[in-house]
Design a protein around this ligand. Structure first.
Ligand code: DAH
Length: 344
């Protein structure tokens, strides 16, 4: 083997591999300098012709070997670059364009309201429990002392499930969860429940066949109406704002005695009334029904009404949200227009 060619090959090899390892070496220039038509290896090939015949084969083989080594090294380097800097430099991506905003959703305002309400009660130490949306007439009505001739039991006021032979219905309020919870637990208990309720109403600004309610129940040996007033006052101040006042008006519910309807001072005029459009000059907004648990309800769940007393109240979630956020149509909650939902 011609030592000249051998040492030149060694020199070219170490120089080429060192060059390739440098980031500033451009692949095209490398190819041109070592492997191209006018490259260093081509020069060497031409020198082979000047060698004695018996040495030409070996010299040619060595040159070819180096050519293959460098070609492979270049390809490796290119694919490495391809995975990093290369595409950014060559691509047509305009990094100055505004990004593709990812749309991150959020809770529906009804659920947000439900969680906000629950939070207030959780902070006061109440448990949150849930009950089924498909109920028996017993839990929805009888155990709550709602007699069989009560109009709310009518077909026009309740969705009965025909395919269960009218044995089940879609609960028309969250009050049956009181019954289930009292049967499962023993006093003292303080709990709330939230969830969907159903009534066959035609959609209108203040009515919808499906809506949500929350229900509160507190039972112990000495619970009085004062506890009810205290808890409701704290809740209304926390949820509607610290200046909110509450007002109790006598009312009737079969499952409470005495019963009351509770108003809050108007969230718009603060109770001033006058020409306020929301409270129609009344200064007050009706917000929920409440009362002391009826002895017959205690009997239905096996609690001794001589031993225990309790209070309960129930409130529409949508109504609370309508009042808090000044929304004028309950149907907006289910129409799902993003212009509406994105405001929350
Ligand atoms: N269940 C009643 C309704 O849907 C609301 C209600 C009133 C719940 C008084 C109560 C209560 O717990 O004590 O209209």
């Amino acid at each position: 083997m011609d030592t000249d060619i051998q040492s030149e090959l060694d020199k070219i090899k170490s120089e080429a591999l060192a060059a390739l390892a440098k980031p500033e070496t451009k692949p095209e220039e490398f190819e041109h300098r070592y492997l191209g038509r006018k490259g260093l290896l081509r020069d060497l090939t031409q020198k082979v012709g000047a060698l004695p015949t018996e040495k030409r084969g070996e010299a040619g083989r060595l040159i070819n070997e180096l050519k293959n080594t460098l070609t492979q090294a270049l390809a490796d380097q290119k694919s490495k670059l391809g995975a990093t800097a290369q595409p950014a430099a060559k691509s047509t991506i305009d990094l100055t364009l505004p990004g593709d905003r990812k749309h991150i959703g959020h809770l529906h305002p009804v659920y947000q309201t439900m969680y906000d309400i629950s939070d207030v009660f959780i902070r006061m130490g109440f448990d949150v429990v849930y009950g089924p949306e498909i109920e028996t007439p017993y839990h929805n009505f009888d155990a709550l002392n709602i007699p069989s001739d009560h109009p709310s039991r009518d077909n026009f006021d309740t969705f009965y499930l025909a395919d269960t032979n009218y044995k089940y219905l879609l609960r028309s309020h969250t009050s049956p969860v009181q019954i289930r919870a009292m049967k499962e637990r023993k006093p003292p208990l303080s709990l709330i429940t939230v969830g969907k309720v159903f009534r066959p109403d035609t959609p209108a600004p203040s009515r919808y066949p499906m809506f949500h309610q929350m229900e509160c129940l507190m039972v112990d040996t000495d619970i009085s109406f004062a506890h009810l007033k205290g808890v409701l006052d704290i809740f209304c101040k926390e949820f509607f704002g610290p200046d909110t006042k509450t007002r109790f008006r006598p009312s009737f519910f079969p499952f409470t005695e005495p019963s009351a309807e509770v108003d809050i001072s108007c969230v718009i005029c603060g109770g001033a009334g006058g020409s306020c459009g929301l409270c129609r000059g009344e200064g007050w907004l009706e917000i929920l029904g409440a009362g002391m648990v009826h002895p017959k309800v205690f009997e239905a769940v096996g609690y001794d009404p001589e031993e225990y007393t309790g209070f309960a109240f129930g409130m529409g979630i949508e109504r609370a949200a309508l009042l808090k956020y000044g929304i004028n149509d309950i149907r907006l909650f289910t129409e799902n227009h993003l212009r509406f939902l994105n405001q929350f």
